[in-house]
Design a protein around this ligand. Structure first.
Ligand SMILES: [Zn+2]
Ligand SMILES: [Zn+2]
Length: 303
């Protein structure tokens, strides 16, 4: 899309880390009380049934009896609890959703940490929904830390409306970006500054960076340079992704059991279906991988 792909050389974000092979093991801590989890599922289902016509219930409502419980450990060390449909598919073999309900990569989950790496810039890959937001007039007094002259320039003295667009970034995550004005559409392309103005801005910024070498992080500086080289486009063709920096891989999992214990399950299915050949093969592979891991641990001990 651009000559200078936005991005991140920060190897700390999960997109740049290779997917681990999760292992089955006992995890620290304990599972949540089953009744509590069951109550939450039943409340969510009751809410769905209220919102949806009953014809859609079989498609949209997952009965508590279908859920299997797992505990998972992420590569940040945190342990979380998840539900899957049935007991065959591992939590690391399915896709979980991100903060904007977007699908994450298989085996990834979001876990927010205060000391997460800075949000990387990602190119905008797709423009989605537009919405308008009206803001009240700004207060006369500037926020703490801003000088009154700058505030006088930035301040809106009347209520104003801005258009926001949902965008999908190159990493697949979703964020919001602001349009230059209410009439702007993605097919218009970004508004650009004149070549003369960009040359002046580039000179001013380079001088500023030369005399304030530690003022801005290299990441921000690289972003500004990319924008200057593209004639300071608005909207910018890249946005910071606040999901990438919170995404983590599942590294281990532990079975907890059915949300509704099997013997207590309603007698809907008279004869439970035997597991399929593919399911049995998958379980065998998992067991063999686990045995292999234990053997290599033993070998390490013997050495
Ligand atoms: Zn975490
Ligand atoms: Zn992202």
């Amino acid at each position: 899309m651009t000559n200078h792909p936005a991005g991140g050389d920060d190897s700390r974000d999960a997109i740049s880390r290779p997917a681990p092979t999760p292992e089955l093991r006992s995890l620290p801590g304990r599972a949540r009380p089953r009744k509590e989890v069951l109550r939450k599922v039943e409340e969510a289902n009751a809410e769905l049934r209220e919102r949806l016509p009953s014809a859609l219930w079989p498609l949209m409502v997952t009965e508590a009896e279908q859920y299997y419980r797992w505990r998972v450990q992420l590569d940040c060390g945190c342990v979380d609890e998840v539900l899957t449909l049935g007991e065959e598919r591992l939590p690391s073999e399915r896709q979980w959703r991100g903060p904007e309900h977007e699908w994450l990569q298989k085996g990834q989950m979001v876990c927010v940490h205060d000391d997460a790496p800075p949000a990387p810039y990602r190119d905008i890959a797709e423009w989605g929904e537009r919405r308008e937001v009206t803001f009240p007039a700004d207060p006369v007094e500037p926020d703490d830390g801003m000088d009154p002259q700058t505030w006088a320039v930035l301040r809106h003295d009347e209520p104003h409306t801005s258009a926001f667009w949902k965008v999908t970034l190159a990493c697949g995550h979703i964020t919001d970006t602001i349009a230059p004005d209410l009439g702007w559409k993605p097919e218009d392309g970004p508004r650009l500054c004149s070549v003369k103005r960009v040359a002046e801005m580039t000179k001013e910024w380079e001088e500023y960076w030369a005399s304030n070498p530690t003022e801005q992080s290299p990441r921000e500086r690289e972003h500004m340079r990319r924008m200057l080289s593209q004639r300071w486009p608005t909207p910018e063709p890249e946005c910071r992704c606040y999901t990438c920096c919170f995404v983590h891989w599942i590294v281990a999992y532990q079975r907890v059991g059915w949300l509704v214990p099997r013997k207590a399950a309603p007698k809907r299915r008279q004869s439970p279906k035997p597991p399929s050949r593919a399911a049995l093969q998958r379980r065998l592979q998992q067991a063999e991988a686990e045995a292999e891991r234990l053997r290599s641990q033993l070998a390490d001990l013997d050495q």
